[in-house]
Design a protein around this ligand. Structure first.
Ligand SMILES: Nc1ncnc2c1ncn2[C@@H]1O[C@H](COP(=O)(O)OP(=O)(O)OP(=O)(O)O)[C@@H](O)[C@H]1O
Length: 594
């Protein structure tokens, strides 16, 4: 199957995706933005009031008490609630928006096709859901309102300055165009660096997750040094990117400092000249400088605002990249349970990558109630058969047909299709939680009695009762508090509860010792009764217990028959059997069929 193309998501598409999530909270977003604008207007107002007061004072006009009371009340009545809502409005809306995005993504990830998820590193996905989403929330909380506050403050003050003395404004802002051009150039560089830094963070999380998840292997193979060095070099790379980012950001600061300081210097020089010529008053110059200071204040915040915005846009693209992935087909036709063969492959060809075919015109029928053991060399395509059956990968037109109970699975409802299968792997996956919860995942709303009944059928009840808290015992991460055999029996109990008519087993006893295997094997024999089973077999007992053995070789079934028939054939099976299952003395031994 063709490698998924790296997403080339535009920022506009990413923002439109985010915009959808603001819908229920646009009221609060608007409140935050209006409050920010009101706060800016109040600041400008204070500046223009200063100008009026200094002019009045210079003219010797008595400062009207009413004017001062009016100013104070205006600032209190509008300024205080404006500042309050500027903070609370955006905090509230951003927290709710990000909560909805998290819920949506979690639900969305559960519906993504396996072929997409298999290509992602879970650490990277986690990084997108944690640090990238945190950056988005920080932007919504801290920076969005600022983008309305600072420009408005700048424009408002600018207009007032023009009103007071436009020639002075022109003179004082002579350097402005150069500084703006420089900021834009540096800003473009920041965007690329922030995106790279975020991607590196994802890789670091993946590395950390691998180390934590594989700790027993890391320790036993003395890999901590290697894992640490790999983490260290990623960290170093991230640090370099961050420092390069900060270096460029630091370049903006002196540029903007010059921008800020030069107008004040220019104003004082040129303003003094105008005063000496009698064209400008000292009071006006004081008011002008006050407003100029306010006008330049936004420029002090803009570098951080630009960096944060670029960081957010990189993070947003990475989040939307997952959010925009097409989900599995949730519609499609249902598969009815009929008397027709439970599984049929008709001329099925399949490749993960076009250049490497895995299955080649594979045809077979599994009769109802029978157990088929799939054996064959590693990489022969046995697990691929299961993945196709469960709809994890889809066949393209012309690649053959897969039928379940006589109905093609192409375009079927995948949830419905999977309801017909119970799958067990070599080391069954248990979720964090209690034993009862893990068995209960087999069927929604199963009662405790049903859970216990399933555990009894799976040979698990007695060991569960010996656990410190019985069915309420926590199993630990991935069932780490239980032995391999215990985990398998819990997985079998789950399958009993699910009660699906078809079992797909990837040798559930292959990793177990003989004693555990006996318990698990007994439980499996009960589970397999009156069900149709395909089992990828490595153990001799599993192979011998099957109704038929199919030997897979390079994507086709090379041989089929009972154990005795295949041995008599003296073909591939007999060859592997003699290599793998017999000792030098010719006696049977239990080793993996590879
Ligand atoms: N998601 C994937 N993307 C690309 N190639 C894959 C993927 N999964 C499996 N393959 C390749 O497909 C081939 C068949 O794999 P499959 O797991 O079906 O073999 P298998 O017979 O079950 O092997 P084993 O007995 O070792 O589990 C292998 O060469 C494998 O590398």
């Amino acid at each position: 199957m063709a490698q998924e193309r790296k997403s080339r998501l535009t920022l506009w598409k990413a923002v439109s995706w985010l915009w959808k999530f603001t819908k229920p909270y646009r009221g609060w977003v608007l409140v935050g933005i209006i409050a920010a604008m009101a706060a800016a207007i109040i600041e400008v107002w204070t500046g223009s009031l200063t100008q009026q007061l200094t002019t009045n004072a210079e003219k010797g006009a008595a400062q009207s008490v009413i004017q001062i009371v009016y100013a104070v009340f205006t600032i209190i009545l509008i300024g205080v609630p404006a500042k309050y809502f500027m903070v609370y409005g955006v905090e509230k809306s951003s927290a709710l928006i990000v909560r909805d995005i998290r819920n949506h993504l979690m639900n969305h990830i559960g519906k993504l096709p396996v072929h997409y998820l298999e290509k992602q590193h879970s650490g990277d996905v986690l990084s997108r859901l944690s640090s990238d989403l945190r950056l988005i929330q920080q932007f919504l909380t801290r920076d969005l309102a600022q983008w309305f506050y600072h420009p408005l403050l700048f424009i408002g003050c600018f207009v007032c300055l023009i009103w007071i003395q436009w020639q002075l404004v022109v003179f004082s802002l002579l350097l402005l165009p150069f500084s703006l051009l420089a900021s834009q150039w540096i800003g473009n560089q920041l965007r690329q660096l922030t995106e790279e830094a975020q991607e590196n963070m994802g890789r670091m999380n993946s590395n950390l997750q691998d180390t934590l998840g594989g700790m027993p292997i890391v320790k036993s193979y003395l890999l901590s040094g290697i894992m640490f060095r790999s983490y260290q070099s990623l960290l170093q790379l991230t640090l370099q990117k961050k420092l390069a980012l900060k270096k460029r950001e630091a370049w903006i600061t002196p540029v903007l400092f010059t921008l800020m300081i030069s107008p004040i210097v220019f104003s004082v020089v040129y303003g003094s000249y105008l005063i000496s010529k009698g064209l400008f008053s000292t009071g006006e110059l004081v008011a002008f400088l006050y407003l100029l200071n306010l006008c330049l204040d936004p420029l002090d915040h803009i570098p951080a605002l630009i960096t944060n915005t670029f960081e957010m846009s990189g993070a947003l693209k990475r989040v939307v990249d997952i959010g925009n992935q097409p989900v599995e087909n949730q519609e499609g036709h249902a598969i009815e349970r009929t008397e027709l063969p439970p599984i049929e492959f008709d001329n099925v060809s399949f490749a993960y990558e076009p250049a490497s075919p895995i299955l080649q015109k594979l045809s077979f029928t599994v009769p109802k109630g029978k157990t088929i053991a799939l054996v064959g060399a590693s990489g022969g395509g046995k697990s691929t058969v299961f993945k196709l059956l469960c709809g994890f990968y889809a066949l393209q037109e012309g690649q053959g047909t897969i039928k379940v109970f006589g109905q093609p699975i192409m375009n079927s409802n995948l949830n419905d299709l999977r309801s017909h299968f119970s799958v067990m792997t070599q080391d069954s996956y248990l979720f964090g939680g209690t034993v009862a919860e893990n068995i209960g995942y087999g069927r929604a709303n199963a009662s405790m009695d049903e859970v216990i009944e399933a555990a009894k059928l799976a040979n698990a009840h007695s060991f569960i009762m010996e656990l410190p808290e019985g069915y309420q015992t926590e199993v630990g991460e991935r069932g780490g508090f239980l032995s391999g055999g215990q985990r398998q029996r819990i997985a079998i109990a789950r399958a009993f509860l699910k009660d699906a008519p078809i079992l797909l087993l990837d040798e559930p006893t292959s990793a177990l010792d003989t004693e555990s295997e006996t318990f698990v094997q007994e439980a499996l024999s009960v589970l397999m009764k009156e069900r149709t089973t395909m089992v990828i077999a490595h153990r001799l007992t599993t192979i011998e217990n099957a109704d038929e053995i199919w030997v897979m070789d390079r994507g086709t079934i090379a041989e089929a028959g009972s154990h005795a028939q295949l041995l008599a054939k003296k073909g591939l099976y007999a060859q592997s059997y003699h290599q793998e299952f017999t000792t030098d003395t010719g006696k049977s031994k239990e080793v993996a069929y590879t």
